[in-house]
Ligand binder design. Sequence first.
Ligand code: ZN
Length: 298
Amino acid sequence: MTAALRKFLQRAAVPLSLAVAALGCGRSSPPDNARLAQLERMGVDSATAIPQYTTRPFTVDERSLLRRVYGVEDPSRLYLIDESNEGVLKYDTKRKTCASCLVNSYRLGFESVRRPGESWEEAERRVKATPLRAFPESAHVGSTSTAALDPAVRGDVERMLADARAAGFEPHVVATYRSPVREAYLMRQGHRTYTLTSLHSYGRAIDIVIGDARLKREATRKEWIAFRKWVDEYHGGEFRILGTPEHSWDWRHVEVPSPDIGFRSIDAALDRARACSAPGATVPCDFKPNNCGDGTCE
Ligand SMILES: [Zn+2]
């Protein structure tokens, strides 16, 4: 491992809870640029939302493993993002070059509709070429019930929602569990998703709108930002929003990260790939759901 990569990974592995504690956040937060600077050090330039792609060199063997096991065509588009306490390894199928460019992004080690041996680029093309009518009925409707969440986090989510209401917010849950097939269906429809990998598929994410959900209405927007700040600091960072309270491509999304889902480093992903590819391997190379929500595991 190069010194630069080690430094990069160490920086990216700073637990967000520590960073949040060090910075403070929410209503008593320091200037937003301090927070953005911290996020930038953790792997993503949040001010411009351009990922710091890895500059690590890869051997031929490593490239082959990443392609075969994780569908990564070009490992130079791998990066870590602070979406869980210790970062999550992601892959972009196109290099993001500007703040307003939205690119598709995938979390390695997450269950999805990607088939064994298929690259993310190929999976995207297949999903885009699939007629909507070819998707199963179960993909058409998503769950909005907290009962469909991972039992390990359902109580925490319901408590957070009750506390939010007690604090004067008007949260409305519009999505909870989402199967990988529904995730693909939404991408095919061109709806507010730029991924096929999501904590919704683990029953660990919910989409929440505030009040009348009209983000363009100033009063609603203000309330929504206040709610996102509140969630961000709730219980020391137990819940995660995307972006900052004021800026996000996905205002609705709130998730409960798990250290057991996804990878915290490129080396961890490579170790797993070697273990599952070895002759007589007992570790599987694919990733199974730990929760089927309303029973629709496809
Ligand atoms: Zn969401």
